[in-house]
Design a protein around this ligand. Structure first.
Ligand SMILES: *Cc1c(COP(=O)(O)O)cnc(C)c1O
Length: 850
């Protein structure tokens, strides 16, 4: 092998154009239209060719054109304006300045980040959410860094063979043509982080990706210090076998913490976006334990109370589970340093730690390593509490400590410039800095219907041109004859009601529900006066045969002569395709099998651009739908029989389209504007935009998790970690005495019959086994009976300590208010309590009256 040396050649920009580099290397430009136009106008053809990547653009554009631009006064003035806008953004005061209480650093871990089409480091919703989380964290000025992996080949690029079967390509990324900079050491060499993987050390380079005020650090194992196997660890996003996945997750979690440390950062609050990064907690445990000479429980106290976990999937197959022997092989050495047995370690990833057959589940590990766990919509919170209730066997399902924070979008990043201009004109400029302000969004009512409608029509028009362009390109690549290419110019109608359906082709999303009754669909689409058309896009996971089958079926349908002009499948769904679709469609169709859609966010993008949602009441739509801001398919039913469900729900969908959606769209006033439709657009924007955005979402994460986490870290570490030691001692005492805590006696008045409005006095005697009454909570627990005689939907009523009896018995009293008539169920419970706990059932101890 010859020696091959790596040399990086920087673009030779005329000095006057150097500010372009600052703009190109900060993804702030991706949500700033003037910055986008600036790059686009440098060389439109080149801009398309480099997939809208300004770093590649500056390196590819011909030198004479650069010289020309450097003496173009107008261009230079525009560039300076954008640069000052960036500087202003970076220097301005933020939300965080107002709320800041404690020092510290928040690290946000994610296996994928979807920030822009030119950075293929994402597969779908999870990554897009992470990307939008970063953009809003930047807007809000949080002290937050992202941590992820830099994949050589990213996720699959989709293309279809002439029969409509999905094939995949994995083009290699050239990191030097991306807005990435390797993190350097003081001596000018790239930083390398060592990560223990099994018996070996794997090295990772760290790349810095800048998103406004926020940095994302991406780890990359493709360095010459590694064996050729290890160089491949970060090759593919969600590719490779189980063992590769495990290695990736060690690099992401453990390597991520080490990378931050190597740069001099000690994260004090860590957020796991899905379970892939849960090994992060193991590295944190090791560090705290070794540096403070703590035992495992003490280290866990600190780490757990400053970790946050967001779960994203209600589909069990979507969660990583590793066989115990694989974990054993990779974590033998680490477990020794943790000072626990391998069995105990394996138990951290099991619902039932004693079940040796149970696989090691990353979501369970994350839950057990975090003091706060949340789902991503209200409904998904409920589903997650049910799904994971076995981890807290004694606790009623609705009190399982998993909350929810509903997802959002970074509105500016998804907004068309047409709509942005309209909002600017009619809402004022404050909507950009205060996207969560309901009263500002109310002003949408003042946009003249005519103007709003014209903007929508322009956006639809652009979508149709894009779809035709893509279709033609797809046909060309398949070697289609010339007449076919010509036909591509005639598909779709810029005036027709346009429905979009784009998402991952997982079977639960039911992309083909609309084809249940092909004749009926044909009547809807091909009505001469009121034509309807559908644009599809989406990838199937390479191993998902059923998903590929769905794509095949849609393409077959789109090829039928009667549907040819009305149905189009755009290949390779990515952020760019998504942008055209969500901006251009009139109706966004979503047909998941409830409750399998955790949240979904694409419908939110559509709303901001004046499209209307037509969806099953699942995920975010349950929370958003109010009867006048879109359409619901069904009423939120769940079915046992999927065939029957498809039958019922497809019929509901056809009826909605035939009787409601299509007529409303074509009901025009004298100016050819569908007034009622536009009213619905306005309702939708007003009610959805102020809430379903990531600025609101990240504020919620901050108020509920980040700020308390930063506070807890300070509390636990100050004065020589005094509080940590105290809480650990207290917990140890609790675990020891709790088996002896007993509810001895419950006294209720027996004589009279209570009526609505009465208060029933209650007196409870508890043997606290030596604990003080302030170390526990005693609660009356009141609910209704279900058909099996069990108590359901109970709610607790705290009882107050009212004196001590002989020995260790204590009295607690309170009054139950009779709110409504009928039979109520009632019991009493007791659990250890301390204000510093992350949640009330943190110790998992709960004693019921028996
Ligand atoms: C927004 C988006 C998603 C996620 O949206 P869903 O509603 O969950 O389907 C997935 N992929 C891309 C490219 C997106 O832009």
């Amino acid at each position: 092998m010859p020696i091959i040396k790596e040399i990086t050649i920087e673009p030779n920009l005329p000095s006057k154009l150097l500010p372009l580099l600052d703009i190109a290397y900060n993804l702030w430009w991706t949500w700033t239209p003037d910055a986008i136009y600036l790059f686009e106008d440098m060389d439109r053809e080149c801009w398309e060719r480099v997939n809208h990547n300004p770093v590649a653009l500056l390196g590819t554009i011909e030198q004479p054109r650069l010289e020309e631009l450097s003496s173009d006064e107008v261009f230079l003035a525009r560039m300076e304006a954008v640069k000052s806008e960036l500087d202003r953004y970076l220097a301005s005061k933020t939300w965080y300045h107002k709320v800041k209480q404690n020092e510290g650093l928040i690290a946000y871990f994610s296996a994928e980040f979807g920030l822009h089409e030119s950075l293929p480091l994402y597969s779908g919703g999870l990554g897009i959410l992470a990307g939008d989380h970063m953009k809003s964290a930047s807007d809000l000025g949080l002290p937050l860094v992202g941590v992820g992996l830099l994949y050589k080949h990213g996720y699959l690029t989709q293309y279809l063979n002439p029969d409509g079967w999905q094939l995949e390509k994995y083009p290699a990324n050239d990191f030097y043509k991306m807005p990435l900079r390797p993190v350097m050491q003081d001596d000018g060499t790239p930083l390398l982080v060592d990560i223990p993987i099994g018996e070996r050390t794997v090295w990772a380079r760290v790349w810095d990706l800048t998103v406004g005020r926020v940095h994302i650090y991406l780890l990359d194992t493709d360095v010459s210090e590694n064996s050729s196997d290890d160089r491949q660890i970060t090759s593919f996003l969600y590719g490779g076998d189980l063992e590769t996945r495990l290695k990736q997750e060690i690099v992401l979690g453990m390597g991520g913490i080490r990378a931050l440390n190597a740069m001099g950062n000690c994260p004090t609050v860590c957020h796991m976006n899905e379970g892939h990064s849960a090994f992060m907690a193991i590295e944190r445990l090791l560090q705290v334990r070794l540096s403070e000479n703590f035992d495992f429980d003490q280290a866990l106290e600190v780490v757990k109370s400053t970790n946050i976990f967001t779960t994203h999937t209600p589909v069990p197959a979507g969660i990583d589970r590793f066989p115990p022997d694989l974990i054993q092989r990779y974590f033998k050495g680490i477990v020794q340093h943790l000072g626990i047995s391998m069995e105990k370690f394996l138990g951290l990833g099991r619902i039932n730690p004693k079940d040796h057959g149970e696989l090691f589940c990353m979501a369970v590990l994350a839950i057990k390593m975090a003091s706060q766990t949340n789902g991503v919509s209200k409904l998904h919170g409920e589903v997650s509490r049910r799904m994971w209730s076995a981890i807290w066997p004694n606790i009623p399902t609705h009190e399982v400590p998993i909350t929810h924070i509903t997802n959002g979008i970074h509105t500016l990043g998804w907004l068309s410039s047409e709509m942005a201009r309209l909002y600017q004109r009619y809402l004022g400029s404050r909507w950009i800095d205060e996207p969560t302000n309901h009263s500002i969004w109310k002003r949408v009512a003042g946009i003249p219907n005519f103007e709003l409608w014209r903007s929508k029509e322009r956006l639809r028009d652009r979508l149709i041109s894009f779809a035709r362009y893509r279709l033609k390109k797809q046909l060309e690549e398949k070697g289609a004859p010339r007449y076919k290419l010509k036909e591509a110019d005639e598909v779709l109608d810029p005036e027709a009601l346009t429905i979009g359906f784009a998402r991952r082709f997982a079977t639960y999303k039911r992309a083909t529900l609309l084809f249940k009754d092909v004749e009926r669909l044909k009547r809807i689409l091909t009505n001469e006066e009121r034509p309807v058309q559908i644009i599809f896009a989406g990838k199937a996971h390479p191993k998902d045969k059923d998903g590929k089958e769905l794509i095949h079926k849609i393409v077959q349908m789109a090829n039928l002569p009667e549907f040819r002009k009305h149905i189009v499948f755009i290949e390779n769904y990515d952020i760019e395709v998504a942008r055209f679709l969500v901006q251009g469609v009139d109706v966004w169709l979503n047909t998941p099998r409830r409750p399998l859609e955790a949240s979904g966010t694409s419908g939110m993008k559509v709303t901001a651009n004046g499209g209307i949602n037509l969806s099953i009441l699942d995920g975010w739509w349950v929370e958003a739908y109010n009867g006048t801001n879109g359409w619901a398919i069904g009423a939120g039913e769940e079915y046992d029989d999927p065939v029957y469900q498809d039958e019922v729900e497809s019929r509901l969908l056809y009826e909605l389209l035939e009787n409601t959606v299509v007529p409303l769209f074509y009901q025009r006033n004298s100016q050819n504007v569908p007034d009622e439709w536009v009213e619905m657009m306005k309702n939708s924007i007003q009610t959805i935009c102020p809430f379903f955005n990531t600025n609101r979402m990240v504020e919620e994460y901050s108020n509920q998790f980040y700020l308390p986490g930063l506070y807890r870290w300070e509390l636990l570490t100050k004065d020589g970690w005094k509080e940590t030691k105290e809480i650990c001692n207290w917990k140890r005492k609790i675990y020891e005495v709790w088996p002896r805590v007993k509810i001895l006696k419950v006294e209720l008045p027996t004589d009279d019959k209570p009526k609505v409005g009465d208060r029933i006095p209650i007196k409870v005697i508890v043997d606290l086994a030596g604990l003080g009454p302030d170390e526990v909570r005693v609660e009356a627990y009141i609910g209704r009976f279900d058909e099996f005689g069990n108590l359901t939907g109970g709610s607790p009523l705290p009882l107050l300590p009212s004196g001590e009896l002989d020995g260790s018995a204590h009295v607690f009293t309170g009054k139950i208010l009779c709110l409504s008539s009928g039979r109520i169920g009632f019991t009493v419970r007791c659990y250890p309590y301390r204000i510093e706990l992350g949640h009330q059932f943190e110790l998992g101890q709960l004693t019921w009256w028996e």
